[in-house]
Design a protein. Structure first.
Length: 65
């Protein structure tokens, strides 16, 4: 997904034990709240919001593994 492009500005780009939630700009709590608000808009924004929220949930579970 395009939301993962913000990983390219991180230093280092990939770190196995790093939690991406609130580390990258598009994975911040502010961005996640915008993604959640998008769920209440009309198509196609709600579908994009669903994908982004599910992506953040998947990234959030990586923080515990």
């Amino acid at each position: 997904m395009l939301v993962d492009l913000d990983h390219l500005i991180a230093n280092p780009i990939y770190q196995a034990d790093r939690c991406s939630i609130n580390f990258h700009p598009l994975h911040s709590y502010y961005a996640i709240s915008v993604y959640f608000i998008m769920l209440f808009f009309k198509r196609p924004f709600n579908i994009i919001g669903i994908g982004l929220v599910l992506h953040m949930i998947a990234d959030f579970t990586d923080c515990f593994i």
